[in-house]
Design a protein around this ligand. Sequence first.
Ligand code: RIB
Ligand code: CA
Length: 321
Amino acid sequence: MKKVIIDCDPGIDDSLALILALKSPELDVIGITICAGNVPVELGGVNAYKVLKLMNREDIPIYLGDNKLLKRELVTAQDTHGEDGLGEVLPEIEIPEEAIKVGAVDYLIQTLKNSEDVSIIALGPLTNLAKAVEREKDILKKAERIVSMGGVFRTNGNCSQVAEFNYWVDPQSVNVVFENVDKAIELIPLDVTRKIVLTPNYREYLRQMKNDVAQFIYDVTGFYVDFHWMQERTLGCVINDPLAVAYFIKPELCKGVLTHLECVEDGPAMGQSLIDIGDFYRRNPNVFINTEVDEKEFFNLFFKRVFPENIKDTEIVLKGY
Ligand code: RIB
Ligand code: CA
């Protein structure tokens, strides 16, 4: 099993990524750190707890970052994920006092300092990771792997013509992180996640499963589906973050290139991930950017990991694609 810390901003697709991670025997999710992004960190913590409770994994610690970014003011994506960050369909729940702690940056630093074999799967803005670097410059070099869902290369952005949300929210943190690693960060950009569409057919399959996890995914994605139709006439919804988890488990799902990334920090292109694919500036590579994905194989992995009791049905449903 690989030890991972999941840094996330749940967020509907973050919640699906957490479910996949918790149902994957290859992963030992030792902690969850919350960054501001889709929702402020307080809501992110509550939403992460709702997922842990659904999965009977309240043993996993949750640590909040804070809503102060490196330079920008927080702009959330509650128009996309709902005011509560999980599609405005779930009831409020009692949360035990000790379930959600503060100190995400302390937790990242201490955990990476004390063990060599911990990886980070980052599913939101990189604020927590950047603040860890600001405190301990080489701390990210202790991570075994860093996988980040973020950025965009050869397709259009989702926050401007050229910027993807996670890297647009806190562009300064992207450069602090990418300038202080000694192994390439494995990037899952919009170029590949846009192909991971939870279609009406897949949602109907979830509804037919008649189990609580499937119903949770069906319910929380409803708001997200409506947003996708309204915003970009997509039928279904793009579930970005679960691909980062699936890729961590099975890198052969994707193909990519080793290159250099920096992030535009202000102006009309703010948040754009500049990929020096032609090595114009001859800088050391700091990113392995994934540009291709086998989307059908992703859903094969997702459904079989999350619903192992439905493998036969999954094969029937996937045959139809
Ligand atoms: O641009 C998509 C990313 O931004 C996803 O991680 C989504 O959850 C939001 O954080
Ligand atoms: Ca996210």
